[in-house]
Design a binder for this molecule. Structure first.
Ligand SMILES: Cc1cc2nc3c(=O)[nH]c(=O)nc-3n(C[C@H](O)[C@H](O)[C@H](O)COP(=O)(O)OP(=O)(O)OC[C@H]3O[C@@H](n4cnc5c(N)ncnc54)[C@H](O)[C@@H]3O)c2cc1C
Length: 396
């Protein structure tokens, strides 16, 4: 999703783009375009508008009007209300598959050359560009040549490894189960985050009254739960989540994801930019991974758009000064979102009574503080510093 978004943004400025994707074109096989639902911030929605994708998919999106956070079996809870913050919504929920279909549709109309299925194997860099070796049905016989190579190939990024950029990985030893559910009580545009002793449960409001589940469990428990017949699965979830949405009535296809924090040591190196999950793979607890990746996209596109607008006859998109501008801009937002997400995971998995008590007090304090809620809603634009034009609803 991140790579396709960047291709659309850069095509708007007039660059010649080749998108290399390991999964077959439009087959829906890309890991980015599966049955998950994604909570998009308002800033991300505006970026999608700027890329021309939003009009194609907005009928598939459900606004979040309230967020309800609670600690199961304890007194801590917090609510965030869009109306109290004078917002129409706190964000929108959309199925990855729907967003993916919109991105492909725009790509077809944009003039971006797509090589799929083709896989980047490695590359060599010289003073004026990169020679990229590909394999796969759509790879062709010649290496690709480009002035800027962008690694948006996910947390296990082959490009990042080929660039010799080290990455830090912290295995959370947790697995996320995802599925769509129907419930007895309408979600009424409320997103629930419920912390339980075995891990957080998120239920996101979706189209047609469904809810999207992200249920984090220890790996073995997740494997056992995944294998349960539907009725037993729903009963176990009911027991963990409670009755806020009445009874769970049915569950769709279930999937599981191992959770880890991955952080690349560099976001840019010789003629290469690393972004999206390739730069930082986050725990889904706060729904920030794709939103952060889209801000990577909006910032890189803006740096290059400004250079084009400066009137130079030819712009070298891999020029070190431009990559340094990008790196410097992204540093703080990225640092804060990674720390915020990782901190949440660590605090809410703590079994120690004093920390659990503090956590409940903190939730209640948050619930009573309009300033804290205002600050939280800022996350929808970015955690720190200059907000890219696309995220503010302006043109590139
Ligand atoms: C359960 C779960 C729930 C989530 N919920 C949210 C949410 O609510 N909000 C949010 O903001 N984020 C959420 N995220 C995070 C979000 O899904 C990711 O941040 C997003 O998918 C990142 O996309 P990406 O394009 O950077 O990487 P990926 O999705 O990993 O895509 C990488 C792409 O590169 C391709 N590829 C891989 N290797 C190669 C190669 N060598 N050559 C060519 N192509 C290659 C792959 O086929 C794939 O299409 C969630 C994540 C999980 C696991």
């Amino acid at each position: 999703m991140v790579g396709a978004s960047l291709a659309l943004a850069l095509a708007q400025i007039g660059f010649h783009i080749t998108l290399v994707e390991a999964a077959p074109f439009k087959a829906g096989g890309s890991p980015s375009f599966d049955d998950r639902t994604t909570a998009l911030s308002n800033g991300s929605r505006r970026i999608m508008e700027g890329l021309g994708v939003w009009p194609l998919v907005q009928h598939e999106a459900t606004p979040i009007r309230r967020i309800h956070v609670s600690d199961r079996g304890r007194f801590g809870f917090a609510r965030i209300d869009a109306a109290e913050l004078e917002l129409d919504s706190l964000g929108l929920v959309i199925a990855n598959r729907a967003l993916g279909a919109g991105l492909w549709q725009r790509l077809e109309a944009s003039g971006v050359r797509v090589l799929a299925p083709a896989r980047v194997v490695d590359y060599d860099v010289s003073a004026d560009g990169c020679q990229i070796r590909l394999e796969g049905d759509a790879a062709g016989n010649e290496p690709l040549h480009c002035r800027l190579l962008v690694a948006a190939d996910g947390a296990q990024s082959a490009v990042r490894k080929s660039a010799g950029v080290e990455s830090f990985t912290w295995d959370y030893e947790q697995t996320a189960l995802t599925a769509n559910l129907t419930t007895q009580v309408f979600h009424n545009h409320v997103a629930f985050e419920r912390f339980t002793p075995t891990g957080p449960i998120a239920l996101l409001p979706c189209v047609e009254g469904r809810v999207g589940l992200v249920w984090t469990l220890a790996p073995q428990e997740a494997a056992d739960t995944l294998a349960l017949p539907d009725a037993d699965f729903l009963a176990r979830l009911q027991q963990a989540f409670g009755m806020r949405l009445g009874r769970f009535l049915s569950v769709g296809k279930r999937q599981s994801y191992s959770l880890a924090l991955t952080r690349a040591e560099e976001q840019a190196t010789d003629r290469v930019v690393i972004l999206g999950n390739a730069a930082q793979g986050l725990h889904p607890i706060a729904g920030q991974g794709f939103n952060l990746g889209l801000r990577d996209v909006a910032c890189l596109a803006e740096v290059l758009a400004d250079e084009c607008a400066n009137g130079a006859t030819t712009v070298d998109p891999g020029a070190p000064a431009l990559l340094e501008q990008y790196r410097a801009w992204r540093q703080e937002d990225r640092r804060r979102i990674v720390a915020f997400t990782d901190g949440l995971v660590r605090v809410f998995r703590q079994p120690f009574a004093p920390i659990r008590l503090l956590r409940d007090v903190a939730l209640l304090a948050f619930d009573l503080s309009p300033q804290a809620k205002q600050a939280m809603s800022q996350l929808s634009l970015g955690a720190a510093g200059r907000i890219p034009r696309l995220a503010r609803g302006a043109r590139l």
